[in-house]
Write a protein that binds this ligand. Structure first.
Ligand code: GUN
Ligand code: ZN
Length: 442
């Protein structure tokens, strides 16, 4: 097999552990470093002056002076079909679903349309530096075929699933416990483990599934080792009250999913804004993960996420955008919203913690930390080149940052898709920002 070699040069940062636990041991920062990749995997990371003499002669080095190279961002919760209704006005969760979401998702019965939207969605992700995501489709199996077709063509590591929804929704979006089971099973056969694609069993949330359907979801999870379980949990107060009515025998919202054996190290629950200590402990004990989606929580007025408490109780946690309830695809903007949500609770979130959560932390939440999330030897070489001077304001402000922490914090607060100069997938540049001639735009 021919060997494909690539090397990029710049200031390189990645995480080996949680910086809130391990401090400076948690990350490696190589100023003027080279990241050397072979056949799409990380081969070596070292200071340029050390490694330059050792590199094979035929390898071309792409130099990004003054830029920051970090692992590709990982979005642990997002809805691709909702890109067409991002920024829909005036409602909280349950009304927002009825008014905007369900009518939008109806169109994904058409696979050609779904592929068009998937293409727009993936362009948006990659131009924001996001290289892996855990993605909701719609109830239509063809929405998942469309998404995986497009992700596969780009060689992206993506996880997606067909929504399971057999009650409390319009007829045109309803499956049944049996059809949902069969269609999911067939999609798993077709896609799970194909190239870099993986499948997630995806009950929308407890209110839109009958007990029979959640039972069948549990069957699917047991019968298909390695697949994911992806749903919503405790996002909004009215939603929680509704779950209590629909499942009166459950101790709490999480307990509904627990009864149907839907917890585990490949189970990801979006939100978890309002959780009792029992539920947090159960998440931790089962190694289930929470996807924290700050811009969505603010946009839908869902509440303030108790990040500190979940961390203390040892709950795995990644960042998600939750577009279309989230208002940005950018993980930098997501960090900014996450910080402000902590500020509102008298707590905080350091820049190091934010970058950790958006990369290795999210990889851990998806149980993919042996594959992606940092630059350890052998990992898949998905990474992002950030330009700390990508706007007039950033250029001015970054000059006044006194150290790495400050520079990262400023990037997290002020950065967005403009900040992403290039996105590499398996060692190859898949996206490069257009140069506009402006001095900041390089
Ligand atoms: N709960 C159930 N469905 C959804 C959805 O599409 N978005 C969000 N944010 N929450 C949900
Ligand atoms: Zn969601």
């Amino acid at each position: 097999k021919p060997t494909k070699l690539t090397a990029v040069r710049g200031n390189i940062l990645h995480f080996l552990a949680d910086p809130s636990v391990h401090g400076e041991e948690a990350y490696q920062y190589v100023e003027d470093g080279i990241l050397f990749c072979e056949n799409g995997h990380i081969k070596k990371l070292a200071p340029a002056h050390e490694i330059l003499g050792e590199l094979p002669e035929d390898v071309e080095i792409e130099h990004y002076p003054g830029h920051l190279i970090v692992p590709g961002f990982i979005d642990t919760h997002v809805h691709y079909p909702q890109i067409g209704m991002i920024a829909a006005y005036g409602e909280q969760l349950l009304e927002w679903l009825e008014t905007y979401t369900f009518p939008t998702e109806r169109r994904f019965s058409d696979q050609v349309y779904a592929e068009q939207v998937a293409e727009v969605f993936l362009n948006e992700l990659v131009s924001c530096g996001t290289t892996t995501a855990l993605v909701f489709g719609t109830v239509h199996p063809q929405s998942v075929d469309a998404f995986f077709n497009k992700a596969e063509a780009r060689n992206l590591r993506m996880i997606c699933g067909k929504v399971l929804m057999d009650r409390n929704c319009p007829d045109y979006l309803r499956d049944s416990a049996e059809s949902g089971y069969r269609e999911s099973r067939d999609l798993i056969k077709r896609w799970h483990g194909k190239d870099r694609l993986q499948y997630a069993i995806t009950p929308r949330f407890a209110p839109t599934s009958t007990p029979e359907q959640l039972g069948r979801a549990g069957d699917l999870l047991r019968e298909n080792p390695g697949v994911y379980m992806h749903t919503h949990l405790s996002e909004n107060k009215n939603e929680i009250a509704w779950v209590q009515e629909l499942y009166p025998d459950s101790k709490n919202y999480l307990d509904v999913y627990d009864k149907y054996n839907l917890l585990g190290s490949r189970s990801v629950f979006a939100h978890g804004v309002h959780l009792c200590d029992d539920a947090c402990q159960r998440l931790a004990d089962t190694q289930s993960a929470i996807a924290h989606c700050p811009s969505s929580n603010l946009f839908l007025g869902s509440g303030l996420f108790p990040l500190q408490k979940l961390k203390e109780l040892g709950v795995k946690m990644g960042f998600g955008t939750d577009v279309g309830a989230g208002t940005s695809f950018s993980m930098l903007q997501t960090m900014s919203d996450a910080y402000k949500i902590q500020q509102l609770q008298g707590s905080t979130l350091s820049a190091m913690q934010a970058f950790y959560r958006a990369t290795l932390g999210s990889a851990e939440a998806l149980d993919l930390h042996h594959t992606i999330g940092n630059f350890e030897y052998g990992k898949e070489a998905d990474f992002v080149v950030l330009n700390p001077r990508s706007s007039t304001l950033l250029d001015f402000r970054v000059d006044r940052a006194r150290n790495l922490e400050e520079q990262l914090f400023v990037l997290a607060m002020l950065g967005d898709d403009r900040t992403v100069s290039a996105t590499y997938i398996m060692g190859e540049a898949q996206y490069k920002k257009q140069r506009c001639g402006d001095k900041h735009c390089n």
